[in-house]
Design a protein around this ligand. Structure first.
Ligand code: AMP
Length: 331
């Protein structure tokens, strides 16, 4: 695997592959790689001839300077992990390479970015994300872009961006990888001390409390959100938001009449974490006259990583295969 610093080097490295008609996959990351990132790189390796991993801590998407400063950085370690997972090229540009003096352009998706993360972090967050993703797509011109469902709103926003700008790229969104105890893997988990690491489980507990209630047939959004909020409160975790929304438009749901995204953001020990699950109404639920079975357990779409409990992980970490049908709240 080669590490490249400039757009010119990246384009030159990709030119022969492009000429040969080879497929190119792009996995954008901010580094501090973990099993979630590696699941994207491995999928790209399976599907594409050339795999590019970008490593860029994008200042434009941080709404707090302190968050940017203490964001974990470990390029050398990341390079080893990316290579082992199958990356061909690591594109790790400087801030000046991405935003040279005089840079004055922004790409903004309207509406969708006002909700959830946009409401909590301000409009500059997604403007930073969509601008840098557009730039990475222009620099790399991949056939497929690999994203994680862990950042569910980001997937929705980038799908909109790609459709609206007619960008010729496929999007693959892969399930959230979790620790065995349910904590969603995140680069920020490395910032949690042991006590905060333990309290951070409240996010997963909140999603599961709502999923379990949904599995009993409950469809009231208020009741499902109450269950999630109670789980956060029990761990004295302060929520930024807990929301049950349409997975495509991110509009709030009042009832769980069709699949919904349940998303949570919360502060734990000074670290901001996010998580989500998809909830589905059970057939035979409270006001469903079509069926009587309770076969649908209410949440789906994730698989677990084999990681150590503090989230540090190792170069040899592996996922336990694809388990798309696993309920994230079983175990
Ligand atoms: P980041 O480095 O946090 O910007 O994440 C880079 C990519 O990895 C994004 O598409 C994320 O959604 C994805 N990702 C982060 N954490 C996970 C996870 N636990 N499972 C799956 N994908 C993830």
């Amino acid at each position: 695997m080669r590490t490249l610093r400039s757009v010119g080097e990246l384009r030159a490295a990709l030119a022969p592959a492009r000429e040969a008609g080879s497929t190119i996959g792009l996995v954008p990351t901010m580094g501090a790689l973990h099993e979630g990132h590696l699941s994207l790189i491995r999928r790209a390796r399976e599907q594409c001839d050339v795999v590019v991993v970008s490593l860029f801590v994008n200042p434009a998407q941080f709404n707090e300077g302190s968050d940017l400063e203490r964001y974990p950085r470990s390029e050398r370690h990341d390079a080893g992990l990316a290579a082992e997972a199958g990356a061909d090229l690591l594109f790790a540009p400087s801030v000046e390479e991405v935003y040279p003096p005089g840079f004055a352009t922004a790409v903004e998706v309207l509406g969708l970015t006002d909700r959830l993360e946009g409401a909590a972090r301000g409009s500059s967050h997604f403007r930073g994300v969509t601008t840098v993703v557009t730039k990475l797509l222009c620099m790399t011109m991949p056939d497929t872009l690999y994203l994680g469902q862990k950042d569910a709103q980001q997937v929705v926003v980038i799908r909109r961006l790609v459709a609206d700008l007619n960008l010729p790229v496929q999007i693959e969104a892969l399930p959230t990888v979790r620790e065995h105890d349910g904590l969603a893997l995140s680069s920020r988990n490395a910032l949690l001390d042991p006590a905060a690491r333990s309290r951070a489980l409240a996010l997963h507990a909140a999603l599961c409390a709502a999923a379990e209630l949904a599995a009993t047939g409950e469809r009231s959004s208020a009741a499902l959100l109450d269950a999630a909020n109670a789980a956060l409160a029990a761990a004295e975790v302060r929520a930024d938001y807990v929301a049950l929304v349409d997975p495509g438009t991110l509009e709030p749901f009042t009832r769980l009449d069709r699949p919904a995204l349940l998303a949570v953001a919360a502060h734990v020990g000074g670290v901001r974490l996010i998580d989500n699950v998809t909830l589905e109404p059970v057939r035979g639920g409270k006001d469903d006259k079509r069926g009587t079975s309770n076969e649908n357990r209410g949440a789906r779409g994730e698989h677990r990583g084999r990681r150590n409990v503090n989230g540090a992980g190792t170069a040899t970490a592996t996922t336990i295969g694809e388990r798309r049908d696993e309920t994230p709240c079983s175990a």
